[in-house]
Design a protein around this ligand. Structure first.
Ligand code: UD1
Length: 356
């Protein structure tokens, strides 16, 4: 069997690394081709992740880079098409919900190549999020839908997706976390940054709805104010860094860093007093690790992290940041109870389905 994996962004690498690893091990006679679209290209956003996660060097680098949604998607499709024509894969595997996912699914389906979508069925029901559009299209055109939470089944049924295309396998992002837990638990990133474990708020923000407009200024002011009560560590995504130009706050206790590698970042998550984010994956990682997570969005496509995890939706409201210290004094933390099948073996289940 010829399997071709299309990856392009940080979260893609984390979700796909275990799938590539397991399928290569269990199907060594097959051809495994990795295509990196180049949606993320800075060393700290790509190379560092791939090497820490043990992803083999990509066979094809499409180098599509940044741009408008149409430009980025179109460039990916145009550059992927000849690769698929030459490689003739039996299956194209796409993870997540980024523009690379959408472009790869569309290119493959139009060439009659079956698509497998990892992390299928998530819905925020907010079509202003680019990711929501990407998810719906990828799911609609994928032959194999790999799911990690019960809501995904409900969402896909409501869209008329046939039952036989759905496979509840669990969460491959958690596979990566489990595989590297020993390494990040001993990475000591908090000490290197000079903050005490358990004391600090770890922040990541990069969604256009929050960082591309006027809300970013208010958010940074709120973080600077909060940093007087608890240290704030904020590794800044390049999109956010660009939008923060002219907003560099000089607040003691607020530590802005470059984007971090996987091990450094997970080391900080595990040692954080709490996490503030608008990312999807981090809502899941904090749920698994039992770290309180505050999500600065009006909705989440991952409600299981609220109902059976540690996630609290604050709303798309920077002023809600001031409530975090009070929300944290809610008594002793309950031990983490990850959703079913978030156990480190999701990629094995994906391989069971694909190889059968
Ligand atoms: C993308 C995904 C988002 C995902 C996020 C994870 C889409 C529509 N968005 O958002 O769903 O949560 O990745 O990080 O696919 N840039 C760099 N260097 C890089 C990459 C980006 O400087 O290596 C800067 C560029 O200015 C670029 C901007 O960041 O224009 C945005 O990058 P892009 O990939 O378009 O979207 P993300 O915000 O990273």
């Amino acid at each position: 069997m010829r399997i071709l994996y299309v990856i392009g962004t940080r979260p893609n690498f984390v979700k796909t690394a275990p799938v590539i690893g397991v399928l290569r091990r269990r199907h060594p006679e097959g051809r495994h081709t990795i295509v990196h679209t180049g949606q993320h290209y800075d060393r700290l956003m790509s190379e560092v992740f791939l090497s820490e996660l043990g992803v083999p060097a990509p066979d094809f680098m499409l180098e599509v880079g940044s741009g408008s949604h149409a430009g980025q998607t179109a460039r990916t499709m145009e550059r992927l098409e000849p690769v698929l024509a030459d490689e003739k894969p039996d299956l194209v595997v796409v993870p997540g919900d980024v523009n690379s996912t959408l472009a790869a699914a569309l290119t493959a389906v139009k060439m009659g190549i079956p698509v497998a979508h990892v992390e299928s069925g998530l819905r925020s029901f907010d079509l202003t999020m680019p990711e929501e559009v990407n998810r719906i299209v990828a799911d609609r055109f994928s032959e194999w839908l790999f799911l990690h939470s019960p809501e995904a089944v409900t969402n896909l049924r409501a869209e008329g997706i046939p039952e036989e295309r759905m496979h509840m396998v669990g969460n491959t992002m958690i596979d990566t976390l489990v595989a590297l837990e020993e390494r990040f638990r001993t990475a000591g990133s908090a000490a290197r940054l000079g903050v005490d474990p358990g004391s600090f708020l770890l922040v990541t923000l990069h969604r256009p709805a929050l960082v591309d407009g006027s809300l970013l200024g208010e958010t940074v002011s709120q973080l600077a104010a909060l940093a007087r009560q608890m240290p704030v560590v904020f590794p800044v995504h390049p999109r956010t860094r660009k939008m923060m130009e002219g907003l560099q706050p000089d607040a003691p206790g607020l530590l802005l860093t470059d984007p971090l590698g996987y091990l450094d970042f997970l080391s900080l998550v595990a040692d954080a007093g709490a996490v503030l984010t608008d990312s999807g994956g981090i809502q899941e990682e904090t749920t698994y690790l039992g770290i309180p997570c505050f999500t600065l969005r009006d909705n989440t496509e991952r409600p299981v992290t609220v109902t059976s995890g540690t996630n609290t939706l604050l709303g798309l409201d920077p002023q809600a940041i001031a409530r975090i210290p009070a929300l944290l004094t809610g008594g002793p933390r309950t031990p983490p109870s990850p959703p079913p099948l978030w156990d480190g073996r999701a990629a094995e289940r994906i391989a069971d389905v694909i190889l059968s």
